[in-house]
Design a protein around this ligand. Structure first.
Ligand SMILES: [Zn+2]
Length: 439
């Protein structure tokens, strides 16, 4: 029935390798997807054990990823996370206990997995990914991300694309990225410069559509509208002198009561304290099982890439993106997201993107709009034209010098069709737009 067990494979499955029995079935014999020159057995197991992996994030996804990688045969895993454990993490971040509250996630997660899976080495770093340089990222075979921040994803993506050296095969580090939001999630694989990158795919994660201020002010329709009204309008009108602290229960209670009163006036049910907290703090609901699904998918891709046992996501010209939709029944779809030739990070031609603007809008309005543009999402942009610096966030002296431009109209600052270059301290990338005036 089954193909004979290959020599070189430990056959004593009662001993210390008993845990890896099923893994060894895949690594110890040829399968329908293995290449002709693929050699099963001890060598492939060793190379899996030697592969050095970096996990970014030790939170909801990260806990799952670390556990899965350790149980998939990887033995040299590094993990980066700057956060400490909060009591609200304990319902799903299963590597943490009550006694760990306040300690660093990366450190506690590493110790826990090392204790449970003998022979695995997990090296934690408690800090920001931006603390590390290319030399550090170079040592890894691949990088698995379980992050909730788009900024951090964009930073590591741009860094890995920038590291690729055409003459050095080893400089290309596959990036496996998982993400979840409630019952929805995605797993994707990026081969920097070869396949569509995170920046190419940025419009897949468009910022949540903002509710127009006039809706909030005049005709709220949902409980969230009433909360946003309390948050944006009522607080400013009645408590302007106090800085809103979203961690202060008294402040949340005040907003909640304001929102509740307004909801009653408009006959809108559903405003609660926890919804108020969620809207104001912009909390994305985290569901443990969605994290488990997405993390499992990411780790299977890591295993397949490391061992070549099966086809994986991200091979150029093939599927690279798996989305999981569990909020409307259940649906998964895997497709090839195409690389964008005008991608500011990995595009071949660093051409500027055409953008139509209202010549009468101010520079401030234009910059605010960049935060909402799905392909830009820049929060602290600095901007210069071909001729001059229009606005710089830093240094302070330049900020002061360029600040008066913020209230000027675009047609006072720019020619129709002029190119602008925009940068943001969060990214090692520049964004180019060619601005044409509407009308
Ligand atoms: Zn790209």
């Amino acid at each position: 029935m089954a193909e004979a067990i290959i020599p070189n494979l430990p056959t004593n499955l009662e001993g210390p390798r008993a845990r890896w029995k099923y893994l060894d079935n895949i690594l110890g014999r040829r399968g329908p997807f293995t290449d002709v020159d693929w050699v099963p057995g001890a060598a492939i197991i060793e190379s899996l054990e030697r592969a050095k992996l970096l996990v970014i994030g030790a939170g909801g996804l990260g806990c799952e990823i670390l556990k899965n990688l350790a149980l998939s045969g990887f033995k040299d895993i590094h993990v980066i996370d700057m956060d400490t454990i909060d009591v609200s993490n304990l319902n799903r971040q299963f590597l943490f206990r009550h006694a760990d509250v306040g300690k660093y996630k990366a450190e506690v997660a590493a110790k826990f997995v090392e204790k449970r899976v003998k022979g695995v080495k997990i090296t934690p770093y408690c800090g920001k990914i931006q603390d590390k340089d290319e030399e550090y990222y170079k040592q890894f075979a691949m990088i698995v991300c379980g992050l909730d921040s788009i900024e951090a994803r964009r930073w590591i993506n741009a860094t890995l694309v920038g590291m690729v050296d055409e003459n050095d095969e080893d400089s290309l580090k596959p990036l496996i990225d998982g993400g979840t939001e409630g019952f929805k999630g995605q797993a994707r694989v990026i081969l920097p410069t070869m396949t569509s990158c995170i920046e190419c795919q940025l419009d897949m994660h468009a910022p949540r559509a903002a509710v127009p201020l006039c809706t909030l002010a005049t005709i709220p329709r949902q409980p969230q509208h009433c909360i946003e009204w309390a948050h944006i309008i009522a607080w400013d009108e009645e408590r302007k002198e106090i800085t809103l602290d979203t961690d202060d229960p008294e402040h949340i209670t005040w907003l909640f009561q304001k929102a509740l009163k307004r909801a009653q006036e408009f006959n809108i049910p559903g405003v609660t304290y926890s919804m108020t907290q969620g809207v104001v703090k912009n909390i994305i609901p985290a569901i443990a099982s969605t994290n488990a699904i997405v993390a499992a998918s990411c780790c299977n891709e890591a295993f397949k890439i490391a061992t070549s046992t099966n086809p994986f996501l991200g091979v150029p010209e093939t599927d690279n993106y798996m989305m999981y939709t569990g909020d409307e029944s259940v649906y998964t779809y895997t497709f090839q997201h195409m690389k964008k030739s005008d991608c500011p990070v990995c595009g071949e031609d660093n051409l500027s993107r055409p953008l139509q603007v209202d010549p009468n809008s101010t520079l401030q309005e234009f910059l605010d709009g960049l935060a909402e543009r799905p392909e830009a999402q820049l929060k602290k942009p600095s901007i210069r034209s071909e001729q001059k610096s229009l606005y710089y966030q830093s240094p302070a002296s330049l900020e002061e010098q360029t600040r008066p431009n913020l209230t000027k109209k675009l047609n006072e600052l720019l020619e129709n069709g002029e190119e602008v270059v925009i940068s943001d301290p969060a990214f090692p990338t520049q964004f180019r737009y060619q601005l044409t005036f509407k009308g």
